[in-house]
Design a protein around this ligand. Structure first.
Ligand code: 13P
Length: 263
């Protein structure tokens, strides 16, 4: 039986002081006996602050990105070895913001390449995380243009296939995939729960084909994209949705704790 998982992706938000205040509120608001797995992915610079405050709680934490080499001359990069050393349980990879597939374009088009992860670099990142026993949260999702062209399912299948190539099925039994339609991220447009469930089913089928049936049965598949306390319960009650990857709403402790309660 898969556990529900709710992950807060803080993105590029929260100074150390703000992070401390948010975690202290969360610890008061979330039932310490909840069966739901709860994790926060803060910026690299606030991981230490967050980990210190969470040390005696059931909350987990992780990072938002990783570089796949273990160490060396890679200025500005952080390796999976370092994330493991910092106690991270999870790491997000392949987010549409790091793939350079922004739903709402907030950077000049000429700088998009700076963010551009590919299926190949995502695959290398996942392998480096698994080697350190860090659970990858692989993000997949179609842009509005891809959806309108009727290509949603093939885009999702190809992203899962590219990311999981060459991985032993058992290595991914505690892995995570998050379906985040690019057009729903930070836009307030949530994917309809039945459609979100259908695409999460496409993800599960792809995992069964690319890895095996046991991996498909155990992998937690999250929905992400404008999850709020008002829509979380309906999304999380769907058969193929095992929880949520929450952006904006995870910055507000009260709102995030309500989302956890919905799971
Ligand atoms: P929002 O919840 O702000 O739409 O962001 C979703 C997301 O990108 C989580 O990774």
């Amino acid at each position: 039986m898969r556990k529900k998982l709710v992950v807060g992706n803080w993105k590029m938000n929260m100074t150390r002081g703000q992070a401390s205040a948010a975690i202290e509120s969360l610890l008061l608001l979330v039932d310490p006996n909840t069966e739901v797995e709860v994790a926060i992915c803060p910026t690299y610079l606030t991981i230490e602050t967050v980990s210190h405050l969470l040390r005696r709680s059931h909350f987990l934490y992780g990072a938002q990105n990783v570089f796949w080499m273990p160490s060396g001359a890679f200025t500005g990069s952080i390796s999976a070895t370092m994330l493991a050393d910092a106690g991270c349980s999870f790491c997000i990879v392949g987010h549409s913001e790091t793939r350079g597939r922004f739903g709402k374009l907030e950077v000049p088009e000429s700088t998009l390449g700076y963010f551009s992860e590919t299926d190949e670099t995502i695959n290398l990142k996942i392998k480096s995380l698994l080697y350190q026993s860090i659970r990858p949260i692989l993000c997949v999702g179609e842009t509005l243009a891809e959806r309108e062209a009727g290509n949603t399912d093939s885009v999702i299948y190809d992203q899962v296939k590219g990311a999981l190539a060459g991985i032993e099925p058992a290595e991914y039994y505690s892995g995570v995939v998050a379906y985040e339609p690019v057009w729903a991220i930070g836009t307030g447009k949530t994917c309809d729960s039945a459609e979100a469930n259908r695409v999460c089913g496409v993800v599960r089928k792809a995992v069964a084909e690319i890895l095996d049936a046991d991996a498909a049965e155990s992998v937690q598949i999250l929905y992400g994209g404008s999850v709020k306390s008002g829509n979380a319960a309906e999304l999380f009650s769907q058969s193929d949705i095992d929880g949520g990857l929450v952006g904006g709403a995870s910055l507000d402790a009260e709102e995030f704790s309500k989302i956890v309660r919905s799971a």
